[in-house]
Structures are given as C-alpha cells and as structure tokens.
Design a protein around this ligand. Structure first.
Ligand SMILES: Nc1ncnc2c1ncn2[C@@H]1O[C@H](COP(=O)(O)OP(=O)(O)OP(=O)(O)O)[C@@H](O)[C@H]1O
Ligand SMILES: [Mg+2]
Length: 254
C-alpha cells in the first residue's frame, strides 16, 4: 500500500504518519516513511536522532541534484536530463530506525529569482519511483494539497488520508483535497478526525464533510502532546486505546 497523509498545517499529519509507520513496523510490515514536507520533522516524530545521522532532505542536496540531473557550472544553462536514475536514492540516503526506513525528500521549490526546474524534476521523479516501483508499504507525510505531485504519482497512491481537527480551515482543506483528487483520478480519499475532545466536535466535522469516508477518530491525547514537548516520538508514548485506533486504520485501508 502507498499512503499519503495530507491536511492543513498543524492538524497532526506528522504525528499520525509516525504512529502508522511505527505500528506497521511493529506488526512486521516493511515500511518506507517519506518526509515530503518543507518543514521536515517526520524523522523526529519517528524517534530518529537527526543530529547524529545523515538526514538532509534530497531537495537540498545540491551535489546530488547536479549528479543526477547533469547540471552544474560546466554544463549548458537550462539543460538537464529528462529521465534521471533515482532507484539508488532510497538505499543511499534512508535511515533505518525501529523497523522503519526513513527518507527525507523535501518539497518542490517555488518562486524566487531562479528556476528550480531540474530540482523539481528530480523530486517529482523520485516520488513517482517511490510510489510506483517500491514493494513495501510507503507512508508519505505531505504538505496540504496535491499540486506538487505529478498525475501519475497521485494515481499511484492507494489512499490519501486527509487529517482534520475541530476547526473550519482544516475542513475547507479537506474539501479542496477531495475535489483535486476527483479531478486527477486518485483512487481513494479518507478522513481522519484528530484532536477530538467532544462528541459535538465530531458531529460538526461529520456534517461538514458529509459524503467523505472516515477512517478513524483520534481523541485529543495528552500523551501525544507530552511526547512532542519532550521531543520524543509519539509512538513511544501510546496507550492501548491509541494502538487499537491505529490498528483499525491499518486494517481499514487494506
Ligand atoms: N491527537 C492529538 N492529541 C494531542 N496533540 C496532538 C494530537 N495530534 C497532534 N497533536 C499535536 O499537534 C501539533 C501538530 O502536530 P503535527 O506536527 O503532527 O501536525 P502537522 O500537520 O504535521 O503539522 P505541520 O503542518 O506543521 O507539518 C503537535 O504539537 C502535536 O503534538
Ligand atoms: Mg508535519
């Protein structure tokens, strides 16, 4: 399965991605966890001590981008390879931790004075490779929206999970993702309602997102916020209840 987790900023994408990846690994799945967010913190949420590891996002590895794309000082301006080989990247740059292989990809760059065409081409091709050609379960922690994925990559993802929290803007993001997903023909979009404290909040969310399929409801958890305060993985702080919920998610998408 190839799963992409999206949603508005701060809703809990990274938390939930890490809980799923670590639980899948505990259950014996081969898991590749991908950080495709600009504000990279998936590694920390998985419990990886990034200071002592290689862990720089591929998007920021200028030398690698030059090597792969045939760009750099001595090459023609604006010329680059259209089909760079990316199959070696996961093995060269992933970090193994508690049964999870982790790769920081980073995100497509926009705007500014320069053109990031070659960089973006490489990232899109790498994501496509991870989604279309890898055999293991892939969990991608993404930013909101699907614009930065190529059509082929979006269609290769088995399920998009949109995380929402009690708050109008996260619900609007979920609607946008659903509409975009319909436009480009992705297979499945699920909702996870996170940080729920009251039944009323859930009712409101369900009303707003009527017609969308809910995968799970995750209550507001002081264990999760304590983990974050202490800079630890929420996966090391879970209680029975939360593990059951994560198991439910894993079983439902399968
Ligand atoms: N169920 C929960 N209960 C309590 N706190 C939570 C829960 N889920 C997430 N949080 C907290 O909410 C904050 C944001 O979570 P997280 O970083 O996972 O969100 P995100 O969507 O990945 O954010 P960003 O858009 O910045 O990448 C963190 O402090 C996290 O500990
Ligand atoms: Mg995040």
């Amino acid at each position: 399965m190839k799963i992409a987790v999206t949603g508005k900023g701060g809703v809990g994408k990274t938390t939930i991605s890490s809980l799923m990846a670590r639980r899948l690994a505990d259950r014996g799945y081969k898991v590749l966890a991908i950080d495709a967010d600009a504000d990279a913190n998936f590694a920390a949420a998985l419990g990886i001590d990034i200071k002592n590891q290689k862990g720089q996002p591929i998007a920021e590895m200028e030398k690698l981008i030059e090597e792969k794309m045939g760009t750099g000082e001595n090459t023609g301006q604006g010329l680059y390879t259209l089909n760079p080989f990316v199959g070696d990247i996961p093995k060269r740059f992933s970090i193994h931790h508690k049964g999870v292989d982790f790769l920081a990809v980073g995100t497509v760059k926009k705007g500014g004075a320069g053109c990031y065409c070659a960089d973006n081409k490489l990232l899109k091709r790498l994501l496509n490779h991870l989604v279309v050609h890898r055999q293991e379960t892939v969990i991608i922690d993404m930013e909101a929206g699907l614009e930065h994925l190529s059509r082929g990559t979006a269609q290769g993802i088995d399920a998009f999970i949109v995380v929402v929290e009690p708050g109008q803007r996260s619900l609007e993001t979920a609607i946008n993702v659903r509409d975009m997903a319909n436009d480009i023909g992705v297979k499945k979009v699920y909702v996870i309602a996170n940080k729920i404290r009251h039944e009323d909040e859930l009712k409101l969310i369900e009303n707003y997102l009527e017609g969308m399929e809910f995968l799970a409801v995750i209550p507001y958890s002081s264990a999760v916020s304590t983990a974050d305060l202490e800079g630890k993985s929420p996966a090391d702080f879970v209680n029975e209840e939360l593990i059951k919920t994560i198991d439910l998610i894993i079983e439902r998408w399968n």
